[in-house]
Design a protein around this ligand. Structure first.
Ligand code: SF4
Length: 192
């Protein structure tokens, strides 16, 4: 029987000078700013689209479905909590219609800064929104890109389905697990 138990990972605080970022106008949606979580110096950076709805309503992180599925697959693939840092294309959750292209492009400045500071060895993009933003290609698609490494902006990057999609469509679990195993393999290969 699996002993895996999902848990809250420590949230990395938003830098003081960016706590009240108003660059893209998303601050008007009133959602909480979330910079990232996990080990800020982790070798593997995981990129999601934006923070989740439930923690936004509660004002605090919760072990939501996205976290449960990601952590479970990472654990089964042999990755440790310390190996991962999770962040977002958008640091705030949009709650109504917005100019997607413009806002994503604006907020990517913060992600780029995180890359400069953290210098991850590997990148895992989850879901088409994160993939299209990070690959800077509106046609990019998880189905077509998963299972191999891509050089994106100088970083060794692979992709997988969004954990929420995996929860909604349980037949995607084996693909998701395979993709996390692929990341683990790549990471262990780097360490050899
Ligand atoms: S989503 Fe990004 S750019 Fe927009 S206000 Fe938040 S941190 Fe700033």
């Amino acid at each position: 029987m699996s002993t895996f138990c999902p848990e809250l990972w420590p949230e990395e605080p938003t830098p003081d000078n960016l706590e009240n970022c108003r660059e893209c106008g998303l601050y008007q949606h009133g959602s909480r700013m979330v910079w990232g979580e996990g080990n800020p110096e982790a070798p593997i950076m995981v990129i999601l689209d934006n923070p989740g709805a439930r923690e936004d309503r509660q004002g605090d992180p919760v072990v939501c479905g996205t976290r449960q599925t990601l952590q479970q697959a990472a654990s089964e693939a042999g990755l440790k909590k310390d190996d991962l840092y999770v962040t977002y294309i958008l640091k705030r959750r949009p709650v109504r219609a917005y100019n997607k292209d413009e806002v994503r492009q604006t907020c990517m400045i913060h992600l780029e800064q995180q890359f400069v500071e953290k210098k991850p060895k590997l990148v895992l993009c989850l879901g088409n929104v994160a993939v299209q933003s990070f690959f800077r290609n509106p046609e990019a698609d998880v189905k077509a890109l998963r299972g191999t490494w891509h050089n994106v902006q100088g970083y060794q990057t692979t992709v997988a389905y969004h954990p929420l999609a995996v929860r909604r469509r349980p037949n995607l679990w084996s693909y998701f697990l395979h993709d996390l195993e692929f990341v683990a393999e790549g990471y262990h290969h780097l360490k050899d």
